[in-house]
Design a binder for this molecule. Structure first.
Ligand SMILES: [Fe+2]
Length: 172
């Protein structure tokens, strides 16, 4: 099994019985990979980004179990300790593991974004959350202005939330 596949399978197994969380991690991974490819990330950075995308919310269940909350802060605090054995189990160590754990521990803190991997992870997460949370057009526009920097992320956000859908007219 490939390393990223192991991470995905470990995250899904950990979140078993909670399809909302499993769908979320798969969607965020898909968007992160799309943006990473379009932004031309080198293979190692792309690998770290993809692993972090699968695991970014892995602290949610621990937060709910121990503290009855699953907000961004508790995800950042608890996520790395849940993710660490999963990374070890997939054979990810050293600087790769450290960066992935750092990304998990900071993915809601936009002021700490210090690289394209962190930027893309935050953008990918917020391509999914407005749909899942049912945010307003006004909230989406504010989020777009506040967060989005990559061309690929901006385009995806516009296509998802800022452009009007209209049926294709045929035969006119
Ligand atoms: Fe998320």
């Amino acid at each position: 099994m490939e390393t990223l596949e192991k991470i995905a399978r470990a995250a899904i197994a950990y979140d078993k019985g909670d399809p909302k969380r499993i769908h979320h991690l798969l969607k965020v991974h898909a968007f992160a990979r799309l943006i990473g490819l379009r932004e031309g990330l080198d293979p190692r950075t792309l690998f770290r980004l993809e692993a972090a995308a699968y695991l970014h919310d892995i602290g949610i269940h621990e937060g709910e179990r121990r503290f009855g909350r699953n907000d961004g802060k508790i995800q950042e605090e608890l996520g790395p300790d849940v993710a660490r054995p999963m990374l070890e189990g997939a054979g990810i160590t050293g600087e790769d593991a450290e960066r992935i754990l750092w990304l998990i521990g900071h993915h809601h803190t936009y002021t700490s974004i210090d690289g394209l991997d962190a930027q893309i992870l935050a953008e990918a997460d917020m391509l999914v959350n407005p749909y899942e949370d049912g945010t307003s057009r006004q909230q989406n526009e504010a989020l777009y202005q506040r967060l989005y920097k990559t061309e690929a992320g901006k385009q995806l956000f516009e296509e998802l939330y800022l452009k009007e859908w209209s049926p294709v007219r045929q035969g006119c």
